[in-house]
Write a protein that binds this ligand. Structure first.
Ligand SMILES: [Zn+2]
Length: 332
């Protein structure tokens, strides 16, 4: 993964553009890798996937025709750094649990601020500063598209996107970063599905901890409420498809390569959901049949018991109670 990322910087002409020392590039990538934690989802492999998707989009959309090489460098670097030192628990947890990060950033996008701070901390070391040779103005522009600015409220993005891409071209960079960040479902099923498992594992870790600490739990993270298809259908339908369709208005190539696979993924998860529901229904009716056949058996036994004890029953005021006790015993 490290050498592939390195290749991307060379192939896009970024090493030349920013006059990057090739050894510093290697050291920087290694340092970035070390600063990703071993979370089920937000790990270095996720960083690689997002960066590779960005690289793919740059080529697919021939972004060099619309952007300067400097912008391509900013996009790729933002993708590489976008989840640095992610702790595996989201902003809501950070804020509700009053973590050190939430306190440090006054509850304002603690994670995004942290990823950004770690990225510039790495760049502050001359040994890992790939932008050591750029002028002050270029460095300012690099800081302006910092990862934390891509925000975590993706639904708002859906509504704002159309206006952003049309009127404010500079925001397109942030939109592209966001698209790449949540693009797993664009990939073939063999690649995307294990990522859903990883994401759910991270979500369940968080919700288990929230339950233990008495904090609010989001239903989409709760292992008792969410399944793989239910987690994905709404996300693909209401977030991913509208978002990529809007970007496809600017870059038409995206429609065939990204929007169509998203629609296929949605259909697949809907099918998966139907199968799950059918299985659930079958289990329920099996249980119901078992229960009703048991209660028929109980009635038959009760009738036999009533018949054989008719004399005692007629003479004993407690007989009815005795029957109820027997019946109760069976239920337990
Ligand atoms: Zn990410």
């Amino acid at each position: 993964m490290l050498s592939l990322l390195e290749h991307m910087y060379h192939e896009l002409g970024l090493v030349e553009e920013f006059n990057i020392n090739p050894i510093v590039l290697k050291r920087w990538l290694l340092c970035v890798q070390e600063n990703y934690r071993n979370n089920p989802f937000h790990n270095f492999r996720h960083c690689f996937c997002v960066s590779q998707m960005m690289y793919g989009m740059i080529h697919l959309c021939k972004l060099w025709e619309r952007m300067a090489t400097e912008d391509l460098g900013i996009l790729l670097t933002a993708a590489v750094c976008h989840d640095l030192d992610h702790p595996g628990y989201n902003n809501t947890y950070q804020i509700n649990a009053r973590t050190e990060l939430a306190i440090r950033y006054n509850d304002i996008s603690p994670l995004e601020n942290h990823h950004c701070a770690v990225a510039f901390q790495i760049l502050s070391n001359p040994e890992t500063n790939i932008f050591a040779n750029v002028d002050k103005d270029t460095f300012k522009r690099i800081r302006a598209v910092s990862p934390y600015r891509h925000g975590d409220n993706i639904i708002q993005w859906g509504y704002l996107l159309f206006f952003l891409v049309r009127k404010l071209f500079k925001f397109l960079k942030m939109v592209l970063i966001k698209c790449c960040d949540i693009s797993n479902e664009v990939r073939p099923m063999e690649v995307s599905e294990p990522w859903v498992d990883c994401l759910l594992e991270e979500y369940f870790n968080q919700s288990d901890r929230e339950k233990m600490e008495g904090l609010p739990v989001a239903p989409f993270m709760d292992r008792d409420k969410v399944t793989k298809p239910t987690a994905q259908i709404g996300f693909i339908k209401f977030v991913l498809i509208p978002m990529f369709e809007t970007v496809a208005k600017v870059f038409t190539q995206i429609d065939e390569v990204m929007v169509q696979p998203l629609k296929t993924a949605k259909d697949r998860y809907e099918e998966m959901k139907s199968v799950e529901e059918a299985q659930k229904q079958a289990t329920l009716s099996r249980r119901k049949d078992k229960k009703s056949s048991r209660s028929t058996g109980e009635t038959t036994m009760a009738a036999a018991s009533t018949k054989s004890n008719s004399h005692t029953q007629m003479n004993s005021p407690s007989s009815g109670r005795a029957f109820r006790c027997w019946n109760w015993g069976q239920r337990v």
